[in-house]
Design a protein around this ligand. Structure first.
Ligand code: ATP
Ligand code: MG
Length: 430
C-alpha cells in the first residue's frame, strides 16, 4: 500500500532564494563586506536564539516588536523561554559585554543574517528577513554618528541607488524626554476621544510611540503634538548640530523629521532613517541611531554606542530597480564525454582545470553527445571540452567555444593535446 503525503511548504512570510536570486544576494553581500572593510568594521556573529529577557529588557516591553512580533517559545528540555532574534543590536551588545570586548578600546563591528518578526507578510515585510547590522560600540561623539550616515550614503552610491532620502532627528537625553513626555501626555489627554486602542494603552506607558502611529485618524493629533526637538537642551542641540555640520561637509543632504522616534525604546540623541518612494508602503530601507544607555542597561560597564540596520530584502528590491539582474553561468567549462574510460579521464581532467582556478562541471552519467551539449548550453558555460573515443586514442581533447566568439576571427573548435589543455583553456577563460 502506498502512502500519500501532502506537500510540505515553506512557512508563511519566510522565503526561499533559489540559485538565480541567491547569486544576487551573494553579489550584494560581497560588496557590503568590502564597503564595511573600507571603514574598519569587523564581522562578528552571535546566536540566532537568545534568552527572551534579553529582548524584553533590551528593546523595551512596550514596543511593537516585544508586544506582538517575537517568535518566543519554551525550550521543552529545560523550560527556558527563548526568542529568535528580532534584531541584532541586543545580541551584539550582550556578546560584547559577556566577552569584555570594550575593555581596552572601542569596537566597530557588523553582522549580517536572518531576523524574525511575526508580522503580516506583504511586499518588503516578511517573517524571516535579513539585516546588515552595523554598530560602533564605545564611541560618543557626533563625528561617529556622521561617519555612519556618510558610510550608508556611500553604499547607495556603490549600488547606483539615487532615489533615497535621509531623515534625522534627535531624541535628546532622559531628562529632556521626561519634560517632553509630560507635555505630550497632556496633549494626548486632550485628544483622548480620537486615540485608538494602541494609543490608549500606550498613552501613559510610552506616549512617544503613540505619535509613531500609522492610523490616519490620528495624524492631525500627532502633527500638532509638542515636539521633543523643542525640549532639547544645549548639549543635545550641540550634538545634533555637530552631526548636521559633518553631513553638510560630506555633501549628504538630510531632512529633519521631528516626529521620528524609531521602533525601539533604547535610542537617545541622533536617530535616522533612509526612506524611498520606490518600495510602496515599506519605505524605510535603513534605520538607526544612538543608544548610549543600552550597554549599561544590559549589565555592562556604561559605554556609549551608535548603530544602524539595513533590511536586505528591501535593499535588493530597490537595487534591482537600478541594476537589473544578470544571470551568472553555472560554470566556465562544461566537460562532455563518451564511454566509461573517457568519463573517468574527464573527472581527472576537470580536477586539473580546477587546480588552475577554473570552474568546471563534468556531465554526470552517460548520455548522447546531443543531450550533453544541450546541458552544456543550459549551464551558460563559455567552453565545452569534449572527450570521446577518437580524442582518447589521439591523446587530445576537443575544445568548443560556446559563446561570444561570433565577433572574433577565432575558430570555434580546436583539437588540443591533453598535456597543453590547462594552458590553452586558461588563455580562453577570462
Ligand atoms: P518598519 O517601520 O518598516 O516596520 P522597523 O522600524 O520595524 O521598520 P527596524 O527595526 O529599524 O525596522 O529594522 C531595520 C530595517 O529592517 C528596516 O528599515 C527595514 O528595512 C527592515 N525591516 C524591518 N522589518 C522588516 C520585515 N518585517 N521584513 C523585511 N524587512 C524589514
Ligand atoms: Mg516594524
Amino acid at each position: 500500500m502506498t502512502q500519500v503525503f501532502t506537500k510540505v511548504t515553506a512557512i508563511r512570510g519566510m522565503n526561499d532564494a533559489l540559485p538565480g536570486a541567491s547569486a544576487r544576494w551573494e553579489q550584494l553581500e560581497a560588496l557590503v563586506r568590502e564597503w564595511l572593510r573600507a571603514y574598519g568594521y569587523r564581522n562578528m556573529r552571535a546566536p540566532i536564539l537568545e534568552h527572551t529577557r534579553l529582548f524584553t529588557r533590551g528593546i523595551g516591553e512596550v514596543t511593537d516588536i516585544v508586544e506582538k512580533e517575537m517568535y518566543t517559545f519554551t525550550d521543552s528540555l529545560n523550560g527556558e523561554s527563548l526568542t529568535m532574534r528580532p534584531e541584532f543590536t541586543a545580541g551584539m551588545v550582550r556578546a560584547a559585554i559577556e566577552h569584555n570586548l570594550l575593555y581596552d578600546r572601542p569596537q566597530r563591528v557588523y553582522a549580517m543574517g536572518p531576523v524574525f518578526r511575526h508580522e503580516r507578510p506583504q511586499r518588503g515585510r516578511y517573517r524571516q528577513f535579513h539585516q546588515i547590522d552595523v554598530e560602533a560600540l564605545g564611541l560618543a561623539g557626533p563625528d561617529i554618528d556622521a561617519e555612519l550616515i556618510v558610510m550608508v550614503s556611500r553604499l547607495w552610491k556603490l549600488l547606483g541607488i539615487t532615489d533615497i532620502e535621509l531623515e534625522i532627528n534627535s531624541l535628546g537625553q532622559g531628562d529632556e524626554r521626561a519634560a517632553h513626555r509630560a507635555a505630550l501626555i497632556t496633549h494626548l489627554e486632550q485628544h483622548k476621544d480620537i486615540l485608538d486602542e494602541d494609543g490608549l494603552r500606550r498613552m501613559y506607558t510610552n506616549p512617544l510611540r503613540v505619535l509613531d502611529t500609522k492610523n490616519p485618524a490620528m495624524q492631525a493629533m500627532a502633527d500638532s503634538a509638542p515636539k521633543l526637538f523643542d525640549f532639547l537642551g544645549e548639549t543635545s542641540r550641540a550634538h545634533f548640530d555637530g552631526v548636521c555640520a559633518r553631513l553638510t561637509d560630506a555633501g549628504v543632504p538630510y531632512r529633519l523629521n521631528p516626529r521620528m522616534v524609531r521602533g525601539l525604546d533604547y535610542y537617545n540623541l541622533t536617530v535616522f532613517e533612509w526612506v524611498t518612494d520606490k518600495l510602496g508602503a515599506q519605505a524605510t530601507v535603513c534605520g538607526g541611531g544612538r543608544y548610549d544607555g543600552l550597554i549599561e542597561l544590559l549589565g555592562g560597564k556604561a559605554a556609549p554606542a551608535v548603530g544602524f540596520a539595513i533590511g536586505i530584502e528591501r535593499l535588493l528590491d530597490l537595487w534591482g530597480q537600478y541594476q537589473p539582474e544578470v544571470a551568472l553561468p553555472e560554470c566556465e567549462v562544461y566537460v562532455v564525454h563518451q564511454g566509461d574510460e573517457a568519463q573517468r579521464r574527464a573527472a581527472l581532467l576537470a580536477e586539473s582545470l580546477r587546480d588552475a582556478g577554473m570552474s568546471v562541471i563534468v556531465h554526470a552519467g552517460a548520455a548522447s553527445f546531443k543531450s550533453q551539449f544541450k546541458r552544456a548550453d543550459a549551464s551558460a558555460a563559455s567552453i565545452a571540452v569534449i572527450l570521446g573515443g577518437d580524442e582518447l586514442a589521439a591523446g587530445v581533447a576537443s575544445v568548443k567555444m560556446l559563446r561570444a566568439v561570433a565577433q572574433t576571427s577565432d575558430a570555434a573548435q580546436f583539437s588540443v593535446p591533453l598535456d597543453d589543455l590547462v594552458a590553452f583553456l586558461k588563455d580562453k577563460v577570462n
